[in-house]
Ligand binder design. Structure first.
Ligand code: NAD
Length: 353
């Protein structure tokens, strides 16, 4: 009997490729089944990766007793119902970010984790990347001191992926829930996951998706369609934590910015860190300020190795040798934060937690 972890992939679009590659590279994983509403798409991946079973209905897939764990790579509106069904069917779950669309859904997923005894790992892939792990080690050893301020931007001057991403029913929102979730989570995780006290947010829909723009490529949904767009194109927020720390963030799908920007910066009493765009640690020794550059393969997030690290970790979770570092509870907190920002923007007022 093989003691490999038998994996199924649900959702065979763009991001599934990184999951598939990473499982294929892991000798303790076996790709056993794949599912997509679009059968041709699922079939194509099945052929490419030698996956024996193809489904268009995830419930049928989940009824297979020989599947140990699933990766959920569907539109955001599928995350909660599929996670709950998978957990109730006794599977471990790696669910792509965001955990879901609403706080109510998040709490329902958390309950399913509790009653099933299975693990749900939220796809906060950046937590697993080398640059994050290094900084976390420094932070956990007190080398940054108390982190009291963080600042993150994920600005696309042109990059509304269209299709389901720009349909609020299926996505739950625009750049805030799509890319903001990564940078907000990174800061919050590095800060030691402090309790949120209040959020004040703004969202804007001023530029539309700018599908008129020519000669500039950007990330697109597998079923790209620019015809429908009811998500924000810019969001910003100031988040206050109970320990007095604060986080300032802005994210866009499009903005009249000179260039794209990805920055994640943390400031502590003993030192600072730039996690993105390039890892640097800032500190002081003998009355001199030092900018330290760790000598590592990738000074910024690298997709292929980040996903490999996340999935290798997930396989160990499935084998029972590790506990996930991105548990459902953190997915729930992140949904409270994101939904709080949307609520604050809609009300035009700060939200107290
Ligand atoms: N971690 C990251 O850096 C990262 C990057 C991109 C996307 N994502 C996340 O991955 C998910 C998928 O994004 P994508 O870019 O691959 O989108 P995509 O549109 O390229 O692919 C989504 C696929 O899911 C399928 N699907 C939707 N609902 C389904 C259902 N109920 N059952 C079966 N199949 C279903 C669609 O047919 C489509 O093929 C999203 O939640 C997104 O937020 C994460």
């Amino acid at each position: 009997m093989s003691n490999k972890i038998r994996i199924a992939i649900i959702g065979a679009g763009s991001i599934s490729e990184l999951h598939l590659q990473s499982y294929r590279n892991n000798p303790r994983a076996e790709l056993a089944a794949i599912c997509d509403l679009n059968e041709t798409r699922a079939q194509a991946k099945a052929e490419k990766y030698g996956i024996p079973h193809v489904y268009t209905d995830y419930r049928e897939l989940l009824s297979r007793p020989d599947i140990d764990a699933v990766s959920i790579c569907t539109w955001n509106n599928g995350h909660a119902p599929i996670s709950i069904a998978a957990l109730d069917a006794g599977k471990h779950v790696l669910c792509e970010k965001p955990l879901c669309k609403t706080v109510e859904e998040a709490l329902a997923v958390e309950q399913a984790v509790r009653r099933s005894g299975k693990t749900l790992q939220v796809g906060f892939v950046r937590r697993y990347a080398a640059n994050t792990r290094i900084v976390k080690q420094f932070a956990d050893n007190g080398e940054l001191g108390d982190i009291y301020y963080a600042k993150a931007s994920c600005i696309r001057r042109l990059g509304n992926p269209g299709g389901w991403f720009s349909d609020i029913e299926r996505s739950g929102g625009g750049p805030l829930i799509d890319v903001g979730v990564h940078v907000i989570d990174l800061c919050w995780y590095m800060m030691g996951r402090p309790k949120v006290k209040s959020v004040s947010g703004n969202t804007y829909r001023r530029l539309g998706n700018r599908s008129n723009i020519k000669n500039l490529a950007f990330y697109k949904a597998a079923d790209y369609d620019a015809g429908h767009n009811d998500v924000e194109d810019l969001a910003n927020a100031l988040i206050r934590f109970e320990n007095g720390a604060s986080l300032l963030v802005d994210v866009s799908f499009t903005l009249h910015a000179k260039e794209d920007e990805l920055t994640v910066k943390l400031y502590g009493e003993k030192g600072g860190v730039e996690l993105e765009p390039k890892l640097a640690i800032i500190t002081e020794r003998h009355d001199t300020i030092l900018n330290i550059v760790p000598q590592i393969n990738n000074l910024s997030f690298d997709f292929a190795s980040g996903f490999q690290d996340e999935i290798d970790y997930f396989i160990e979770v499935c084998q029972g040798t590790k506990e996930t570092i991105s548990p459902v509870e953190d997915g729930v907190e992140m949904m409270k934060l994101l939904c709080g920002i949307y609520e604050s923007a809609a009300r035009g007022a700060e939200i107290q937690f």
